[in-house]
Ligand binder design. Structure first.
Ligand SMILES: C[S@@+](CC[C@H](N)C(=O)[O-])C[C@H]1O[C@@H](n2cnc3c(N)ncnc32)[C@H](O)[C@@H]1O
Length: 382
């Protein structure tokens, strides 16, 4: 791989590629996703591209829906794909239109139901330790009630998302990187039932106060490496962020949500495919580069995803790919330059690589082995 790209430095943009600015934004705040980027980042890319009404934007790694929700706020059509049933559910709930009166009616119906103590014996092991007995009883009671009483799937998912958020906020869950731990420093967690209705109230207010523009957002559970559901050259712009190399495996961090809200979901193709199977590399796109096996598999899969992005993008279309380097026990593997190189192999022109964050990489938390970059790779299809 011949390296001839210039990496510009714009660390003032660093915060935009994090989820932090979304934390206070209507609808975006319905689910906190540490690995997401921000509405403002999507807005910045769309204005840089000159996107407008009538254009269609794709995010093949849509996560909790930031790209599609921003497009709905601005009046652009969008398509979001993600492999995770949890994240596609979150994204769907965020980008939908709702009738506020219907939401209020359903909420009142749930509130009127008398609490019946459910059995919690089937909740075992570590999951049991993540909640107080009262929180778990409330959670199971409300989950069963929502599933039994709300027939309309779109509205049912709205309330299930509120319950997921209430469960997290009243639990002992503490996510440390890819690991779920038990937090012991909360003396008495607040009532889950009360938290649930408080969250529902806020979500309904968001819907009421911030209506979305009349345009389409389609969220699909699928694999970015095989976008068969999207026609050739049907997309105007792509804004996306694939999983970061050797970072977190999303289903691991959110296993309590999967166990509680997607029982049996383990059979579903919900894993972060990119880079998970180091042995399955039919055609190595970087044969001359020395790489750990996981990184080799990652670039193989990233190459497939880039090939699909190129296929579905129209001529003159543009893409922004946010990507971060990977830390291995003895070295750092940069991803932005190989990503640009693979994009070119697939036919893209590389407009720019902009480094927006850099971090010291350590092994065993103390020994410095280098620096990782988080970058925006800007591409176009000539
Ligand atoms: C960095 S996150 C994207 C976050 C997103 N920008 C947001 O703001 O929510 C990467 C996403 O890629 C998804 N993913 C992993 N492998 C995938 C694949 N093969 N196809 C589609 N999505 C995949 C993960 O589930 C995760 O949601």
């Amino acid at each position: 791989m011949e390296v001839r790209y210039v990496v510009e430095e714009r660390y003032d943009l660093g915060r935009l590629v994090t989820f932090i600015p979304n934390k206070s934004l209507p609808r975006h705040r319905w689910f906190f996703f540490k690995e997401g980027f921000s509405r403002d980042f999507v807005g910045l890319m769309l204005s840089r591209f000159g996107a407008g009404r009538g254009d269609t934007v794709l995010d093949p790694f849509v996560g909790v829906g930031t790209t599609c929700l921003t497009c709905r706020e601005l009046g652009l059509d969008s398509v979001g794909v993600d492999v995770s049933p949890l994240f596609t559910m979150v994204a769907r709930v965020k980008v939908r239109d709702y009738y506020v009166d219907k939401l209020r009616g359903l909420r009142d119906g749930l509130r009127e139901e008398r609490f019946r103590r459910p059995g919690i014996e089937h909740v075992k092991g570590f999951l049991r330790q993540l909640f107080s007995r009262y929180a778990l009883e409330d959670l199971i009671f409300l989950r069963e009630l929502i599933n039994a009483k709300i027939q309309d799937e779109e509205y049912r998912e709205f309330f299930l998302l509120a319950l997921m958020k209430a469960a997290e906020e009243t639990s002992y869950i503490y996510r440390d990187g890819a690991v779920v731990k038990v937090r012991r420093d909360i003396p008495k967690p607040p009532s889950l039932r009360r938290m649930f209705f408080r969250i529902v109230k806020k979500m309904i207010k968001d819907v009421e106060d911030h209506p979305l523009k009349p345009c389409e957002a389609v969220i699909i559970q699928g694999d970015a490496r095989r976008l068969d559901m999207i026609e050739d050259e049907s997309i105007d712009y792509i804004i996306t962020s694939p999983p970061y190399l050797n970072k977190i495996e999303y289903t691991k961090v959110y296993w309590p949500e999967y166990e509680l809200f997607f029982p049996g979901g383990k059979e579903a193709p919900m894993r972060s495919y990119l880079g998970l199977n180091p042995r399955n590399i039919p055609k190595d796109p970087l044969p001359d580069v020395e790489l750990p096996p996981v990184a080799r598999a990652y670039f193989h899969d990233l190459n497939d995803a880039l090939a699909e992005m190129y296929r579905v993008l129209r001529r003159g279309g543009r893409a922004a790919v946010v990507i971060g380097g990977g830390v291995f026990p003895d070295k750092v593997v940069e991803v932005d330059i190989p990503c640009a190189y693979l994009a070119e192999l697939n036919g893209f022109e590389v407009d720019r690589i902009i480094a927006v964050n850099k971090r010291v990489a350590t092994t065993r938390r103390v020994i410095k082995i280098g620096e990782t970059r988080e970058s925006i790779v800007l591409l176009s299809k000539g």
